[in-house]
Design a protein around this ligand. Structure first.
Ligand code: PNS
Length: 162
């Protein structure tokens, strides 16, 4: 059984993340979406909320499951028996950061392979931070960028802050 892990902060999961996850799900037997605690990033949504939203958003994908993790990605990958890390690559600006993370993960765990799936043009500049910003401005076009459950959660979050 080939198992891949797709890690991220997913604050919150976007249509761009879903695109990468669905493509990965066609390449391996099982994809585990690993939601990182990422405390230093001070996420808008709690780890529990991000995990719940990612679960709801991927519920239609039978070979995808979502798990939270706190610690090193390589340790989590070993724990769940994943041999591949799949990440999305958007614009060239992602490259340096992803290059560093991949180099570090190879040093920590040489047998864990990292592969990148390039984003199609419509998701090239889509990120969780852009989705949060659009939501904070109460934009009606939010649905083009994030799954319905996320749009609902963002609207609730920002309406309680206004
Ligand atoms: O969506 P993000 O915030 O770009 O995802 C980054 C993430 C969570 C994949 C990365 O920070 C990570 O792997 N965190 C776990 C801690 C770890 O393993 N750090 C060493 C590799 S950089």
């Amino acid at each position: 059984m080939k198992r891949a892990v797709t890690p991220g902060t997913f604050d919150p999961i976007t249509n761009g993340h879903l695109d990468v996850i669905s493509r990965a799900a066609q390449l391996v037997d099982e994809v585990v979406v690993a939601v990182a605690a990422s405390r230093k990033k001070g996420p808008l949504f709690s780890l529990e909320e991000r995990t719940r939203l990612a679960r709801e958003a991927t519920a239609h994908l039978p070979n995808v499951r979502v798990e939270p993790f706190d610690g090193l990605l390589v340790d989590f990958a070993h724990e769940i028996g994943a041999t591949i890390v799949v990440k999305g690559l958007r614009a060239v600006t992602d490259f340096e950061y992803e290059f560093q993370q991949t180099a570090l993960n190879y040093q920590l765990s040489p047998e864990l392979e990292t592969v990148f799936i390039m984003s199609p043009p419509q998701y090239m500049y889509l990120s969780s931070s852009i989705v949060r910003e659009i939501a904070s401005m109460n934009d009606e076009k939010l649905e083009s960028f994030a799954p319905d459950c996320v749009c609902k959660a963002l609207r609730e979050k920002f309406s309680s802050r206004r």
